[in-house]
Design a protein around this ligand. Structure first.
Ligand code: 5AD
Ligand code: SF4
Length: 419
C-alpha cells in the first residue's frame, strides 16, 4: 500500500512540474512516506528527518506523509520544529497546498475516506505490475495493530472506479494486477441499484482484459476467504497460485487475545479447499512472536503450524507495543530476549521450509514476469508465479513475460535460464 501511495505522490508532484532526484541536497521537496506498524519503523522516521534537515538546502520543503504522520500529528512539529508538513495516509492529496503556500505549516491527519482517489491525477504510464487499492482501512481491530487507528475504518472503493483504474493500467503497460487492501478479501461494494460486488467479481472482470496475464491480491483475512473467492483459483488461470493469508500465531488462546476469532480448524480447512481448487497453490503468512502472555507452549504451536502448512514465504516479527492498541497495556508483556530467541527459532524454520520449496523448483519451467535489472546490471530479476525472485543473465530484448527454466536455488532466490 505504501509503494502505491509513493507512486501516486510522485505522479502528483510530476503533474506540478517536479522531477525526481536521488540527491537530498538537490531536492526542492522531500517527503518521507512512513509506516507505523512497529515502533522501530516510527523511530527510524524521526532519525531520518534529523539527517534530512541537515543535508537539505534551506529553502527545501520537507515533511512526512502516511501512518507515522497520523500517529504523531502535531507532536511531529514539536520534535522537528522546521518541518513543513504532516499528512496522514488519507490526506496526502493535500500536498499541493504547501507548494502553493510554502511559508505555512500543513497538518492534516483526517480520515477523509476515499477522497484522495478522486483527486489524484492518473498515472500516465503503468509499471508492469500495477497495484490497485480497492479497499482502505480495517474493521478487524486486532489488539496489537495500529492500522485501524492510522488508516481508519474499512471502506471499499466503487466497483467501476476499481475497474477503470485496472483498465487504464492495462492500456498503459501493466501485465500483472495486484489488488490491495488491509483486508482485501473483505472488499464489498453495493452500487446505487443495490447490486453488491466482491473481490471475486473484480477478479472475473480483470481476467477478461487481454493485456493482463497475472492477477493477485494482498492481504487476506482468513474468515473472509469465502467460497466464491476460493473457486476463482479453480476457474481463473490468470489468478496466480499464491496467497498471502496471515495466521499470526498457531496458538488458539493467543489468537483469542489478539482478537482474531478464527479457529485453527477453520484456517486449515480454507487451505484444504484452496488446494482442491488449485493443487499447486502456495501460502505465505505473517507471524508475531512474543505477544503478551505467549508461553513456551503457545510458541511451540506456532512452530507446529508453520511446519504443517509449509508456508513458502513469510514475514515474522517480534511483538511491538503500539499506541492506541489494547495489547500494549495487557499484562505479561514478554521480555525482549525471549522475543528475540523465539524469532530466531521461527525464522530458522521458515527459512528451511522456503529453501526446501525453492529446491523443489529446480528443473521446472515457470512463466515469469520481468521485474528489472539487479544492482550489478549483469542480471535480470524475474518473478515466478509464487513470487520467488528468479535471476537470469542479462540479454537483449528480454521479454516482459518469459518461460524460465529453474537451474539452481538457495533460500532467498532462484537462478534460471530463459527458454
Ligand atoms: N507488532 C509486531 N508486528 C505487528 N504487525 C502488526 N502490528 C504489529 C505489532 N504491534 C505485523 C502483523 C501484520 C504485519 C503487517 O505486521 O504480522 O500482518
Ligand atoms: Fe491490523 Fe490486519 Fe488485524 Fe486489520 S486484520 S487490525 S490491518 S493486523
Amino acid at each position: 500500500m505504501n509503494v502505491y501511495d509513493g507512486w501516486r505522490i510522485a505522479a502528483m508532484l510530476e503533474h506540478h512540474g517536479f522531477v525526481r532526484t536521488d540527491a537530498i541536497p538537490d531536492a526542492d521537496i522531500i517527503i518521507l512516506n512512513t509506516c507505523a506498524v512497529r515502533a522501530k519503523a516510527t523511530d527510524k522516521v524521526f532519525s531520518a528527518l534529523g539527517r534530512i534537515r541537515r543535508a537539505k538546502k534551506p529553502s527545501a520543503l520537507f515533511g512526512i506523509v502516511g501512518c507515522v504522520a497520523r500517529e504523531a500529528g502535531a507532536t511531529a512539529f514539536r520534535r522537528i520544529p522546521d518541518l513543513n508538513f504532516v499528512l496522514g495516509p488519507q490526506s496526502y492529496h493535500k500536498l499541493p497546498q504547501i507548494i502553493e503556500n510554502p511559508d505555512a505549516r500543513l497538518l492534516n491527519i483526517d480520515l477523509g475516506g476515499l477522497e484522495k482517489f478522486d483527486q489524484l491525477p492518473q498515472m500516465e504510464k503503468s509499471p508492469l505490475v500495477a497495484y490497485i487499492p480497492i479497499q482502505e482501512g480495517c474493521n478487524h481491530c486486532c489488539t496489537y495493530c495500529i492500522v485501524p487507528y492510522t488508516r481508519g475504518r474499512e471502506l471499499s472503493r466503487p466497483f467501476d472506479d476499481c475497474l477503470r483504474e485496472t483498465l487504464h493500467a492495462a492500456k498503459t503497460g501493466a501485465i500483472e494486477i495486484c489488488f490491495l487492501g488491509q483486508n482485501v478479501n473483505g472488499y464489498k461494494y453495493t452500487d446505487e441499484n443495490g447490486k453488491t460486488y466482491r473481490l471475486s467479481d473484480l477478479i472475473r472482470e480483470t481476467a477478461k482484459i487481454p493485456e493482463i496475464m497475472r492477477i493477485r491480491f494482498t492481504s487476506s483475512y482468513p474468515t473472509e476467504m469465502t467460497d466464491d473467492l476460493i473457486s476463482m483459483f479453480a476457474t481463473e488461470p490468470k489468478l496466480l497460485p499464491f496467497l498471502n493469508m496471515p495466521i499470526q500465531s498457531g496458538s488458539q488462546s493467543i489468537l483469542t487475545k489478539m482478537n482474531r476469532p478464527y479457529s485453527l480448524e477453520l484456517y486449515t480447512d480454507i487451505i484444504r479447499k484452496l488446494k482442491i481448487a488449485r493443487p499447486d497453490i502456495q501460502i505465505s503468512s505473517d507471524f508475531i512472536v512474543g505477544f503478551p502472555g505467549e508461553s513456551d507452549d503457545d510458541f511451540e504451536q506456532t512452530m507446529k503450524i508453520a511446519q504443517q502448512i509449509k508456508y513458502i514465504n513469510s514475514y515474522s516479527f517480534k511483538y511491538s507495543p503500539r499506541p492506541h492498541t489494547a495489547a500494549a497495556i495487557m499484562p505479561d508483556q514478554i521480555p525482549e530476549n525471549i522475543k528475540a530467541e523465539r524469532l530466531a527459532k521461527l525464522d530458522n524454520l521458515l527459512n528451511e521450509i522456503q529453501r526446501e520449496f525453492n529446491n523443489s523448483c529446480i528443473d521446472k519451467t515457470f512463466q515469469c514476469l520481468l521485474e528489472g535489472p539487479d544492482k550489478t546490471g549483469r542480471h535480470l530479476i524475474y518473478r515466478t508465479p509464487f513470487m520467488q525472485q528468479c535471476i537470469v543473465d542479462t540479454c537483449n530484448n528480454a521479454p516482459a513475460l518469459a518461460r524460465v527454466k529453474i537451474t539452481a536455488a538457495n533460500k532467498a532466490s532462484l537462478r534460471g535460464k530463459l527458454e
